[in-house]
Ligand binder design. Sequence first.
Ligand SMILES: NC(=O)c1ccc[n+]([C@@H]2O[C@H](COP(=O)([O-])OP(=O)(O)OC[C@H]3O[C@@H](n4cnc5c(N)ncnc54)[C@H](O)[C@@H]3O)[C@@H](O)[C@H]2O)c1
Length: 313
Amino acid sequence: MEKIALIGSGLIGTGWGIVFSESGRNPVLYDTDINALDKALMEIEKGLSDLDEYGLIYEPPETILSRVSTSTNLEEVLDGAVHVQESIPERAELKKDLFEKLDKMVPNDVTIASSTSTIPVSAFTEHLPGRERCIVIHPGTPPHLLRLVEIVPSPWTSSRVVTKSRDLMEDCRQATSVLKKEIQGFVLNRIQYAVISEVYRLWEDEVAGIEDIEKTVREALGLRWSFMGAMETISLNAPGGVPDYNNRYGQWVNEINTSQKARQWSEESVNRLETERLKSRPSVDNSSRRSWRDKRLMALLAHKRDRSKIEGD
Ligand SMILES: NC(=O)c1ccc[n+]([C@@H]2O[C@H](COP(=O)([O-])OP(=O)(O)OC[C@H]3O[C@@H](n4cnc5c(N)ncnc54)[C@H](O)[C@@H]3O)[C@@H](O)[C@H]2O)c1
């Protein structure tokens, strides 16, 4: 069985633990904080049990869990690993230090991937002798439920490493999106940031209250986007597809687009937004709400899997 080294065992490292163990591999989780490792194991156990409840795994959860282990000894974690996945905090200088260390410790034919959400891998690997095996594999949150990864090579990542990363992820039942070039935020977060920036502007300009704006995302746009892309969505809103949509609505798209000026988020406004937002949401703590979200995602995944067998994709 293939050993996978997971460096950093917070929210994302934990999700990777589920993804890799579920695919029959042996993930070994490493963290500089021993408490994070204990927490990760508990979360993996809970995640697997929930997945089982929703019929989304194909072996008993105990069997999958038995493939997961933890260690605070980096050398031991890396020894014999066929893939290294880094998920430490989003700070370029931390990643630079770690990649420097990993590049010295890991054999040349082993891929070293970063889970970074926004930073191109070239920002912290340029000086490394083994830089051609460094790549971004950016998961969604949580990685075992949002089953798409962005694969982002730097200008010096070898094409062999891109192919190997894509094959590994597809074998782990992840859909893959391979970017043609590096860009800050990749595709997922650029789209997400465009949406949240407009939500913020509309709220700050008092066009609508936060709950009404959130409702619009939740009950309207998000519903279609859960099984269709943005362009396919608009193609069905005009009889002649996207060109017809452009003829009918392109002028408004362009006018609104050019009026959407960049806006710095202010701490005071963010705090006010959060206070207003929490008034319309159930009063539960963040971690219980995350667990609720995961179960809704699992139900949606099971629904999508079952309906695509009947109706196609
Ligand atoms: N949270 C998200 O929504 C999300 C989604 C996709 C990708 N990511 C990316 O994944 C990475 C991790 O994010 P997260 O949300 O899991 O963060 P997190 O804070 O939950 O976990 C980070 C973990 O790394 C550990 N750590 C710190 N320095 C370390 C080191 N040198 N060696 C080993 N472990 C170390 C910390 O103790 C902590 O447990 C970031 O780059 C982030 O941008 C996050």
